[in-house]
Design a protein around this ligand. Structure first.
Ligand code: UD1
Ligand code: UDP
Length: 356
């Protein structure tokens, strides 16, 4: 089989790493990097650390408004697909790069495999929700990380080609955990002191000055040091909204994957609006307070390891206090698969061959 993988944003590099490795054992894969993320710490660091093959095509689209960004990607991916004539187009998650890859393939009648299909927040204000719904509805193979994702698709009448495989991000974490733990420099640095880890980047939080201020005011009220690898979007908008960083928040540049998962593992608690980080918190058995009003990773909340606190100061502070003063809930193994999602995905693609 010949596969074109379209990616462009940080979480997609991490998702592609384990799957690409399995795929390339017996098949030809070419990678198209849209250029949605382009800073070294948002892109190249992951290719280097995780051994992802260099992209065969780099579209260099960069940061733009949604329409312009998605449109330029669509044009670029279409040209590659016309030239390469792949059997499959593989896309991950829910970014503008995902939608552009899926749409370009659908128009050329090339079958699409969507990894991380079926996730829903049921909030159409989120650009990610629009991207994932549209991508799922043009995909031929829909690889679901959870049972809930399978049910979500069924509600929309999507049952064909739907396969529950587990989560490729769990594959990545299980695979790289030992390597991360061996990185003693970071170990020494962060094992010395107790800290909480935070990430913030969602449009719904960063674009809204009230929500962003609420989150940082809550950080100021939390006792203890908060380590914050700062997404460039948030850096820009904190400055635009003139929101200052509280003294207990240690801002660092975005970090590579190995350092990030180690920071997660050693943290007392995680505060985040990231999808991937919520799930990784669960996999490390670190309690998580999610700075959103809803989540796609509902299992983390149902098991008690994650609390939705939105951008509300009192709710965030209270959620941290609850985790600090109560025993942690029991941990359910294999909620996100057994680390073999990538193998199951490749097997399913092989069974379907090049046919749509
Ligand atoms: C995108 C995804 C989001 C995902 C996130 C992962 C969409 C609509 N959003 O959001 O679903 O959770 O990636 O991190 O696809 N910037 C830089 N350098 C970079 C990249 C971005 O400075 O390398 C800055 C630019 O100012 C840019 C802003 O960040 O305008 C936002 O980047 P963009 O890719 O549009 O969206 P994200 O917020 O990163
Ligand atoms: N991540 C990272 N460095 C950072 C912040 C996050 O390597 O400084 C990793 C994190 O461990 C997870 C993924 O990036 O695997 C999540 O991506 P992000 O939060 O950007 O996007 P989302 O998952 O919300 O779409």
């Amino acid at each position: 089989m010949k596969i074109i993988t379209v990616l462009g944003a940080r979480p997609q590099f991490i998702k592609a790493a384990p799957l690409s490795e399995v795929l390339r054992k017996n098949h030809e894969e070419k990678i198209v990097h849209t250029g949605q993320h382009y800073d070294y710490q948002m892109s190249s660091v992951f290719f280097e650390e995780l051994g992802i093959p260099r992209p065969d095509y780099f579209l260099g689209v960069g940061s733009k408004r949604h329409g312009a960004q998605t449109g330029e990607m669509l044009t670029g991916v279409e040209e590659v697909l016309l030239k390469e004539k792949p059997d499959w187009v593989l896309v991950y998650g829910d970014t503008n790069s995902t939608l552009a890859g899926a749409l370009a393939a659908a128009k050329l009648h090339i079958p699409i495999a969507h990894v991380e299909a079926g996730l829903r927040s049921y909030n159409r204000q989120m650009p990610e929700e629009v991207n994932r719904v549209l991508t799922d509805h043009v995909a031929s193979l829909l690889f679901c990380p959870t049972d809930q994702a399978v049910r979500n698709l069924a509600r929309e009448g999507l049952t064909e080609g739907v396969i529950r495989t587990g989560d490729v991000m769990a594959d990545a974490l299980y695979y790289h955990a030992r390597r991360a733990e061996e990185r003693t420099i970071e170990n020494v640095l962060y094992k010395k002191k107790a800290y909480l880890l935070a990430t913030v980047h969602r449009a719904e939080n960063t674009d809204d000055p009230k929500r962003l201020a609420g989150i940082f005011n809550a950080f100021a009220r939390i006792e203890g040091q908060i380590v914050l690898p700062l997404h460039p979007r948030t850096k820009k908008l904190l400055s635009a909204h003139q929101i200052s960083i509280p003294s207990n928040v240690e801002v660092i540049e975005p970090v590579g994957y190995l350092q990030m998962i180690l920071l997660e593992k050693e943290a007392e608690l995680i505060l985040t609006d990231s999808g991937g980080v919520q799930k990784e918190a669960y996999l490390w058995q670190v309690p998580c307070v999610t700075l959103r009003d809803e989540t796609e990773w509902v299992e983390t909340v149902q098991t008690g390891w994650n609390t939705l606190a939105g951008a509300n100061i009192e709710e965030i502070v209270a959620a941290v206090a609850r985790y600090r003063h109560n025993p942690l809930p029991p941990y359910l193994e294999n909620l996100y698969g057994n680390g073999r999602a990538s193998e199951e995905i490749v097997l399913a693609m092989e069974e379907r061959g090049g046919a749509s």
